[in-house]
Write a protein of this length. Structure first.
Length: 45
């Protein structure tokens, strides 16, 4: 499905959740980071 990963921080815990959502990112760097995070599990196999 079309869209991009968004890094979500609940502001309470230090956990950063990568969620799939509509392309609303303002910083291209964030998109690149999210993409790398999304492919890490597959590359480490």
């Amino acid at each position: 499905k079309p869209g991009v990963f968004r890094r979500l921080d609940d502001g309470i815990s230090s956990t950063v959740v990568v969620a799939w959502g509509p392309p609303q990112l303002e910083d291209p760097t964030e998109k690149i980071i999210a993409y790398k995070v999304s492919i890490i599990p597959y590359e480490s196999d």
